[in-house]
Design a protein around this ligand. Structure first.
Ligand code: ADP
Ligand code: MG
Length: 309
């Protein structure tokens, strides 16, 4: 028995081009494993292929090639078991406007063959804070309430794996906190969580492991701690008072003279302090007219990870 919650092997998806558009290689030969019990973050910019991957897992998009293994069940040869192992909260609000939250949960449970005696609509309604809206039409629910209902629907069959596609994109802080709390609680109860996001901060806060996907390829897959270690790169840009004759030279600092006469000093905040960088600048005889620092953001990470290959 495999210990992976998910194992993707050579997964590819090519969308056929519509109306004369070229075809789109949304996933290119992706190999990826997600360990059981983890909170796994799938990060990437818009269009990277995150939803395509999630929707293949959910059985909503047909893969072009490769193997998808969910909780030890091959999606092609064991479709029923693999489907039962996973619950997906989609990115798009796709609720039937004429269902009530309770109705939507009951129908979903029916679709997954959960017997009436094992249904737990009340428990789920309480968890997502919709008890008092249980009998309201979905179309009368706010966007935030609809998202909470989508989370509830993903949970009706007690899946081993919960997948959330951009659960907090564009939601208010209150809902974000509520989702985070629920996600943590579910994970503590043993559920494997996979979430996609383009917020680095969210991944940092929530995830044990992270894969970064860009243009249909996994460019890095590491523990969050290791990845953040790589992300502590910082740059200090010093504008000197007079032209520089010698660049600062100190361990852990890479100095470079820019075309406009500024000195760019790259260092890692884990091992080098700003004070050490400034000291190196001073001991090179440079008088500082102006200085600013630049932090690596997700964009830089993508750039560095994709250009260095
Ligand atoms: P993400 O969720 O990371 O933003 P998606 O998986 O939604 O990325 O999209 C990946 C790429 O595939 C994008 O270039 C997108 O335009 C394209 N794409 C997504 N769905 C379709 C579709 N149904 N038909 C054609 N192209 C699509
Ligand atoms: Mg998406």
């Amino acid at each position: 028995m495999t210990q992976d919650a998910i194992r993707l092997t050579g997964l590819s998806k090519t969308y056929r081009g519509k109306r004369g558009q070229p075809e789109k290689h949304a996933l290119k030969n992706v190999d990826l494993t997600v360990p059981r019990g983890s909170v796994f973050g799938l990060l990437g910019p818009n269009g990277a292929g995150k939803s395509t991957m999630i929707n293949i897992l959910a059985g909503l998009v047909l893969k072009t090639a490769g193997k998808v293994d969910i909780w030890g069940f091959d999606q092609d040869t064991n479709p029923r078991q693999s489907r039962a192992a996973i619950g997906v909260m989609p990115q798009e609000l796709n609720l039937d406007p004429f269902f009530t939250p309770r109705g939507a949960l009951e129908v979903q449970a029916g679709l997954y063959g959960v017997p009436k005696s094992e249904r737990r609509s009340d428990e789920i309604l309480a968890m997502i804070g919709l008890e008092d809206k249980a009998e309201a039409y979905a179309r009368t629910l706010s966007g935030g309430m609809q998202r909470r209902l989508l989370l509830g629907k993903a949970l009706v069959h007690r899946p081993n794996i919960l997948v959330l596609d951009e659960p907090t994109a564009g939601v208010d802080i209150e809902l974000r906190q509520m989702l985070w709390t629920n996600i943590r609680k579910l994970n503590e109860q043993g559920m494997t969580i996979i979430l996609t996001t383009h917020y680095l901060e969210e991944a940092e806060e929530m995830c044990d492991e992270i894969a970064i996907i860009n243009q249909g390829e996994v460019v890095v897959r590491d523990s969050t701690a290791n990845l953040l270690g790589r992300l502590d790169a910082k740059a200090m840009v010093v504008h000197p008072d007079s032209p520089v004759s010698a660049l600062p030279d100190a361990e852990g600092i890479a100095a470079e003279l820019r075309g406009d006469g500024a000195v760019v000093l790259r260092y890692h905040t884990n091992s080098t302090s700003a004070e050490q960088v400034l000291a190196a600048v001073r001991s090179a005889g440079i008088t500082i007219r102006d200085v600013k620092t630049e932090e690596a953001d997700l964009e830089d990470v993508f750039l560095s990870l994709t250009s260095s290959r």
